[in-house]
Design a protein around this ligand. Structure first.
Ligand code: LLP
Length: 455
């Protein structure tokens, strides 16, 4: 959700740990009032491992993975089909996380040879890996085919030939999907939307019959169905439903071309999550998305008189986002008067005469999302509570760039000071994976807190 859209009422108590944005197990210790993650004090973690520190709550990640898989699979069963749930590993991948996901019954979606290598290293069954990307190299394709990857998503005509050749050379028949654009414009940030026609991913849906014919010409390819991903961080469910309906509308024609029913339909990921307490009431529930999608697929198949395909989904952010917390140490603070400042004052900031800039020891190199998408986050002091009057804060990093913002706007107790530990919620998805080397700041450390061992 963008900042413009986020006309928030800032929280009354800036000490509260909201279990809807922090991992559900995060809480303040009864005596010390310090934030605990997985039962371990945040300050104990930063003392042991330093900061900035990415912390991933294993229990939270596993529970959410299970919840999402069960919701999508039980709804698929209800309408008479089945569903495979891939974890979109681009959201956050390391060997540990890949292993957790596999153990929780999720398949893994990878988008590069690097992600594939991590998934294989984690011992993920290659048959449960899906390989994506609009520019997979010939070497990456050959490696994936050789490894026995379950499905490769073909993104262009050139790739049909490349995958067919690699499969023939390896003496295999490779299962493939065709990535198409449904033309549905999901309501999200423009950079996160992927199913418009004028962008790099996939092929127009109208081209599907021709492209599927080309795939079927290769005896080394087994065409299993269409794939579509309409975008990311989507709150409204209509886009998912409309996209599913449009994809199915060509399944009859494709079945005629293939001389058999098309067995699968992959609807991608993109389920939105709340990054701040204000968003929490509007974030879509996966159970609702699952039910609505199962209904629309079953109804459309019936209306069109086609066989009900098996379903596949690829959530990333919804699985791992809330399990992650980033811990920082405050270095400096600096008040800036708001009256007469260039920016037109936001209604949510009207009660404040100044904004306190709070500089931490990380920044856009560990979380590029505010700079890239105007993403918003929630921050709390982890090492103590305070009844000092709330201050309007902007948490900024230590990079040489004014857009180096971690939390654009929140309130913290006004006595926030150098040495405090800050916890920024919901940093599990697309933070570690988008991290950079900017200013050689990063000594990003990654930790899972279930056992407090470096991952
Ligand atoms: N499947 C495909 C084909 C995708 O391209 C993506 C995300 C996903 C699944 C998973 O989407 P999710 O469920 O995580 O929304 N860096 C951006 C997000 C880019 C998403 C790219 N593709 C961000 O930080 O918001």
């Amino acid at each position: 959700m963008t900042l413009e859209a986020n006309q928030v009422q800032l929280a009354n108590d800036p000490n509260t740990i909201d279990p809807r944005v922090f991992p559900p197990t995060a809480r303040r210790g009864r005596e010390c009032q310090q934030l605990k993650l997985g039962g371990i004090r945040a300050t104990e973690l930063t003392q042991q491992f330093g900061s900035p520190l990415y912390v991933v709550d294993e229990d939270a990640a596993r529970a959410r993975a299970r919840e999402i898989r069960e919701a999508l699979q039980s709804e698929a069963r209800r309408v008479g089909t089945e569903a495979t749930v891939y974890y979109a590993s681009k959201a956050f991948l390391c060997v540990e996380v890949a292993r957790w996901m596999a153990e929780e019954g999720l398949a893994i979606d990878v988008a590069s040879g690097g992600e594939l290598a991590v998934a294989l290293k984690a011992g993920v069954d290659p048959a449960r890996i899906g390989f994506h990307g609009n520019n997979k190299s010939v070497e990456e394709i050959a490696r994936a085919v050789k490894a026995g990857v379950g499905t490769i998503v073909i993104d262009s005509e050139i790739e049909t030939e490349r995958v067919a050749e690699a499969a023939a050379a390896a003496g295999r028949v490779q299962r493939v999907r065709l990535r198409v654009n449904s033309g549905v414009h999901a309501s999200t940030h423009a950079f996160l939307a992927t199913s418009h026609e004028d962008q790099k991913f996939g092929q127009p849906l109208s081209e599907a019959p021709r492209l599927v014919r080309a795939i079927l010409n290769h005896s080394s390819l087994d065409f299993v169905g269409l794939h579509c991903h309409i975008g990311s961080q989507i709150f409204a469910t209509e886009g998912f439903r409309e996209s599913a309906r449009r994809l199915l509308s060509v399944y009859g024609e494709l079945a005629e071309i293939a001389g058999r029913p098309i067995p699968e339909l992959n609807l991608g990921g993109g389920f939105g999550i709340a990054y701040t307490s204000d968003e929490a009431d509007n974030a879509p529930e996966v159970a609702v998305i699952a039910r609505e999608l199962a209904d629309i697929v079953a109804q459309s198949a019936q209306d069109l008189g086609i066989a009900l395909p098996k379903l596949a989904f690829e959530p990333g952010r919804a699985v791992i986002g809330q399990a992650g917390v980033t811990l920082y140490t405050v270095g400096t603070t600096k008040p800036v008067q708001l009256a007469g400042s260039d920016a037109e004052q936001d209604p949510a900031e009207r009660d404040f005469a100044e904004r306190l800039y709070v500089s931490v020891d990380g920044g856009m190199s560990d979380n590029a999302r505010p700079a890239l998408y105007g993403a918003d986050y929630q921050v709390r002091i982890a090492n103590r509570v305070s009844d000092a009057a709330p201050a309007l804060v902007r948490v900024v990093g230590k990079h040489c760039e004014s857009g180096d913002v971690v939390v654009q706007r929140d309130v913290l107790p006004g006595d926030v000071q150098p040495g405090d530990t800050l916890a920024v919620a919901t940093t599990g998805a697309y933070c570690w994976s988008l991290a950079s080397n900017y200013n050689y700041v990063p000594a990003h450390r990654l930790l899972r807190c279930a056992t407090a061992k470096p991952a």
